[in-house]
Design a protein around this ligand. Structure first.
Ligand SMILES: *[C@@H]1O[C@H](CO)[C@@H](O)[C@H](O)[C@H]1NC(C)=O
Ligand SMILES: *[C@@H]1O[C@H](CO)[C@@H](O)[C@H](O)[C@H]1NC(C)=O
Length: 409
């Protein structure tokens, strides 16, 4: 989730009775990182898509990424898929040479180019450049990482589902990153500069993206809307927001209400899930109560703020699930669809064999206290479709997509 700092400050009403899960663990690493041969599931439609294999996982890598090839070189660049920010960029020295070959001056986008205006809008900067011949900008992510550089234009190679290969020219950042993550970022938000908006405005692909992030690691990412299952998808309207938002929702743990939040955002660029203040506090209380009846001990694991040790080190999620029964449910305001988050979508097993909670305190992390940010952990093994054309977000099983993709491998 990038660029747009979660700005609203917190009125910290101290709820003394609430067990806390803040700790010395490292929660600053809000995740973001594959290998790619392009796949082409069969589709009888005239619509097209591009399918990419994903690499990465929630834990321990904390990111999911595709590999793409830009410009004349056949080099593949690893890029984290980020539906929480707009700007696509590659690590690159500005100028001279670097990971990305030195952009020649004819690749630099000028300051007066509409794409420069768009990148400044998406990164909340004044539309101002140091020189008229280049478009300098900076992106900042809510995990504290940032990158700065210039906007350049070059081709990207895309193999479409109709088996043709196209080389549209796209604008992306050539950036110096301030982050421990060596990858570039594939900004997939709805802003004009995002890769999905650029490709759709050129008529290459529909303004649709989606992913299946597998719990065993890896997955599938796609641009465009061919080859997707037509049935078994829950759809909810996309609400007006800079982010992919499902609007307001009430949260339940079983039949117990945990409170509501003003918006629910889906962000593939964030590893864990962040809850709004009231649902987080209530969830921690409910969970602490549930766990106290089990042979589990709270431990300081340094992986995440809340970890528990079992009678034996946990080896699989089915070991963990016998102690954590509660499924969470998000009921959206329009009354239609609801989304469930079972234990495997909110817990991880650390390298020490403890069960750790992958739902974090959004308010403590500086997010708006009314926002639930749904990260990778809660989208695992689920097909998520962001359809900007029809302004709706869908989710369902990964099985259909997994079959059509593997049959072609
Ligand atoms: C979540 O963070 C807020 C702000 O720091 C704090 O007031 C609240 O007590 C925290 N909740 C829990 C359960 O730790
Ligand atoms: C947090 O994680 C980063 C990157 O993984 C690491 O460099 C840093 O030392 C960690 N900090 C703590 C307090 O563990």
């Amino acid at each position: 989730m990038g660029g747009k700092g979660a700005a609203l400050l917190v009125a910290a009403s101290i709820l003394a009775a609430i067990p806390s899960c803040s700790a010395d663990a490292n929660t600053t690493a809000l995740a973001k990182k594959p290998k790619a041969s392009l796949l082409s599931p069969v589709d009888t439609d005239r619509r097209v898509a591009v399918f990419f294999p994903l690499q990465g996982n929630v834990y321990p890598s904390e990111n999911f990424y595709v590999q793409m090839s830009f410009g004349k070189s056949q080099n593949l660049y690893s890029m984290d898929i980020d539906t929480g920010s707009d700007v696509p960029w590659l690590p690159c020295q500005v100028p001279p040479q670097a990971v990305y070959p030195q952009p020649s001056t004819d690749k630099l986008i000028r300051c007066d180019d509409p794409r420069c205006k768009a990148v400044h809008a998406s990164t909340h900067q004044k539309h101002k450049c140091k020189s008229p011949t280049r478009c300098d900008f900076k992106v900042e992510y809510h995990d504290g990482s940032s990158a700065e550089g210039v906007l350049i234009a070059d081709t990207v190679a895309l193999r479409l589902t109709d088996r043709s290969v196209v080389y549209p020219s796209v604008a992306f950042g050539c950036m110096r990153a301030h982050s421990s993550n060596p990858n570039g970022m594939l900004g997939l938000g709805s802003g004009e500069i995002s890769i999905v908006s650029q490709l759709s405005s050129q008529g290459v692909l529909g303004k649709v993206i989606g992913h299946c992030l597998y719990s065993i690691g890896g997955g599938v990412f796609f641009l465009g809307d061919a080859g997707l299952p037509r049935t078994g998808i829950n759809w909810a309207p996309m609400t007006q927001s800079n982010y992919y938002s499902l609007g307001s929702a009430s949260l339940f743990s079983g039949s117990r209400s945990l409170g509501s939040s003003r918006s629910v955002l889906l962000d593939s660029g964030t590893t864990y899930t962040f809850f709004a203040l009231q649902p987080y506090n209530n969830f921690i209380s409910a969970l602490t109560n549930e766990v106290s009846k089990q042979p589990l001990t709270r431990v300081n694991d340094h992986t995440l703020p809340c970890c528990w040790k079992g009678p034996k080190p946990f080896k699989s999620m089915s070991d963990v699930k016998q102690y954590f029964e509660a499924s969470l449910e998000l009921r959206f305001a329009d009354g239609g669809a609801s989304m469930t988050i079972p234990p495997e979508n909110y817990l991880i097993i650390s390298n020490k064999g403890n069960a750790c909670l992958g739902i974090l305190n959004g308010t403590e992390a500086g997010l708006d206290r009314d926002v639930n940010l749904i990260g990778d952990i809660s989208m695992l093994d689920r097909l998520v479709i962001y359809d900007n054309d029809k302004r709706q977000i869908g989710w369902g099983s990964c099985d259909g997509l997994r079959k059509s993709v593997t049959s072609l491998l």
